[in-house]
Design a protein around this ligand. Structure first.
Ligand SMILES: Nc1ncnc2c1ncn2[C@@H]1O[C@H](COP(=O)(O)OP(=O)(O)OP(=O)(O)O)[C@@H](O)[C@H]1O
Ligand SMILES: [Mg+2]
Length: 390
């Protein structure tokens, strides 16, 4: 199975290219799902057909789905929602948790991942193309498995150790709050368990890769560079960059001479800076590529060869190797300098921070008593050496 994440700045053509790749992949006989995690749905508009929360068949080998976070959460978290309702009402508020549950930070991203895991586990598809929301959401989404993994691991331990005391202490503190039942907390942890395996699936370059979409403008290029670095941080390999909506060669009006020159600057930078990742150029069409027929033709134009969904670049985002007593972590982090990066180690996890983003990289258990002893940048890669210090 392949999972392809279509990422990029707002409005650059992610949904259109995700749908075109889906149509192309289906046309060569792969069972393909185009799955939108964008809270502002647009796949129905792009395919020009109704698309539901569960995979909607659109044609031979082709399905589409848009995330319906609220109904998914109801299925999964009905009990929890009931509990939150009672907590809120116990504090004198008339309205219950309702739709607010879905607007809590991280909940939509969590639902998006849960559904992705379900689509992957269903074995119904050879290819899942994820149409992302713009950058900030995509990064929060991709950092979530780490955070969830942390809660699943440490939350369970803490609950087992201190849960009963906490339950007894609450009424003593005078808290007039209904207590959650052990079963309810078990359900929460069980939900986290459902995500088990997803981080490994996302970090497996044979399964998952990202395709970065940009328009030939500097802000879109800068955002793609930013995404590229952060995707690598989360262990996700970028296998293709698509520069979309280029002025067609047939346009010769002198008015476009200057925009074309600007475009050429961005195209040259994209080719040079993303190397060795394959950079493909896509012209602006006179008509919006909307509806299955146009999307299929567009997909064939962008990916003429039948292996459109195969990895277009072999370069890996992350490698962990062992050399005698040392463990080497090698992460592709282009466009980042040593001063932007912070390293910390706790048990067998290496915490790598760049700006607002942190990755906790789970390393083999043998590294538990190792510390980072050396870190250097070379050719856009961060190389960290871990060794026993005493
Ligand atoms: N190569 C192209 N030629 C002509 N029109 C295009 C092309 N690519 C995309 N478009 C049009 O550009 C608009 C934006 O595309 P799209 O909705 O796919 O962007 P997006 O990145 O998904 O946006 P959002 O971030 O809002 O989800 C749409 O109207 C789409 O039809
Ligand atoms: Mg979109």
């Amino acid at each position: 199975m392949r999972i392809i994440l279509m990422c990029g700045k707002g409005g650059v053509g992610k949904s259109t290219l995700a749908a075109a790749l889906g149509a192309r992949s289906a046309a060569v006989g792969q069972r393909t799902l185009v799955y939108s995690v964008d809270p502002a749905h647009s796949l129905a508009w792009t395919f020009d057909q109704a698309v539901g929360g569960t995979p909607t068949p659109l044609g031979p080998n082709l399905w589409a789905a848009e995330l319906e976070a609220l109904s998914l959460l109801d299925d999964q978290w009905g009990d929890l929602r009931g509990y939150l309702d009672s907590v809120i009402k116990s504090q004198g508020f008339q309205q219950g948790a309702g739709a607010e549950l879905a607007s809590l930070p991280g909940v939509h991203e969590f639902a998006a991942l849960l559904r992705l895991k379900q689509h992957a586990d269903s074995k119904q598809f050879d290819v899942i193309i994820v149409d992302h929301a713009p950058t900030a959401f995509a990064l929060r989404l991709l950092s979530l498995p780490d955070v969830m993994g942390f809660y699943a691991k440490h939350g369970k331990r803490l609950w087992e150790r201190y849960g009963a005391q906490m339950m007894m202490a609450l009424p003593m503190l005078g808290a007039n709050i209904p207590l959650p039942t052990g079963g309810m907390i078990g359900k929460g942890l069980e939900t986290l368990e459902l995500l088990r395996g997803l981080p490994a699936l996302l970090a497996d370059p044979a399964v998952t890769s990202a395709r970065l979409v940009l328009t030939p403008e500097t802000p879109a290029l800068d955002e793609a560079r930013n995404l590229y670095a952060h995707l690598s941080l989360y262990g996700i390999t970028t296998d293709q960059v698509l520069v979309n909506r280029l002025l067609p060669a047939a346009v010769v009006d002198p008015f476009f001479a200057e925009p074309r020159e600007r475009e050429q600057g961005v195209r040259a930078r994209a080719q040079a800076e993303f190397a060795p990742v394959a950079v493909s150029e896509v012209e602006m069409l006179a008509q919006e590529p909307r509806g299955i027929a146009k999307l299929t033709a567009f997909g064939e134009q962008v990916w003429p060869s039948s292996d459109a969904t195969a990895r277009q670049t072999q370069d890996l985002a992350l490698r962990v190797t062992q050399d005698g007593e040392q463990v080497m972590v090698d992460i592709k982090l282009p466009f980042v300098t040593a001063k932007d990066v912070d390293l910390a180690k706790f048990e067998n996890e290496l915490y790598i921070t760049i700006g607002q983003h942190r990755r906790n990289l789970v390393l083999p258990p043998e590294t538990t008593d190792m510390q980072p002893v050396k870190a250097k940048f070379a050719e856009g890669r961060l190389l960290v050496t871990l060794a026993r210090t005493s």
